[in-house]
Design a protein around this ligand. Structure first.
Ligand code: PA5
Ligand code: NI
Length: 195
């Protein structure tokens, strides 16, 4: 972690930052219970523990005035009809936002609030996505041929809260139907008042 101002580069073809502190990798085994098609999940896992996504993070002090930033890369693939995606989370400090700038690929950001409001925004090169405070977020790669690469930035004290998403997933799933991406209801999801 640097003390003073710094700059670095994020360039084609692999978009790996020219400097970073953490390289986080998430494999299929880290996504247990997240995909609707449990049978395909188990079958694929028996064949090998595929790398689904990676994060290159520049570490900053975990205080409100800082801005954590880095690159996330979601690889192409599917479990059942559901595309490879991040686990997704609320921020531990719920009232913190996030910004994503898409560099490569095609995808969706699936979002929702604790009250059950939902939103799905598309991601393509050059698009800027603002995730407001209180919105959980998960990125999904819908292009079978290339990585979804995004730059992200969020407050240093935000933290990650995976627990409620791990329990029942997001309200909406992104699945392939007749060769294209479709947003459908998640049958495992229950409205907040019935949990
Ligand atoms: O903070 C963010 O939203 C991103 O940096 C994510 O952590 C990244 O996309 C990986 O997703 P997740 O933390 O849900 O596994
Ligand atoms: Ni986040």
């Amino acid at each position: 972690m640097k003390d003073g101002p710094y700059s670095f580069e994020i360039k084609k073809p692999n978009y790996i930052p020219s400097q970073y502190d953490n390289h986080i990798t998430r494999h299929l085994s880290n996504m247990a219970g997240q995909y609707l098609d449990q049978d395909d999940f188990e079958n694929q896992l028996a064949e090998g523990d595929n790398l689904l996504y990676e994060v290159y993070e520049l570490k900053r002090p975990e205080v409100a005035g800082e801005i954590l930033h880095g690159i996330s890369i979601v690889h192409p693939g599917k479990v059942g009809q559901e595309y490879y995606m991040t686990k997704g989370h609320y921020h531990t400090v719920l009232a913190t936002a996030e910004i994503y700038y898409t560099l490569q690929g095609q995808g969706y950001m699936v979002m929702e609030t604790p009250e059950g409001d939902w939103s799905v925004e598309s991601l393509s090169p050059g698009s800027v996505l603002y995730v407001p405070p209180r919105w959980a977020h998960r990125s999904v790669n819908i292009d079978p041929t290339q990585d979804l690469v995004m730059f992200f930035a969020y407050p240093g004290d935000a933290g990650h809260n995976y627990a409620s998403i791990e329990t029942q997933g997001f309200r909406k799933l992104v699945v392939e139907v007749d060769g294209s991406a479709a947003v459908v209801d998640n049958p495992r999801w229950a409205p907040p008042e019935s949990r």
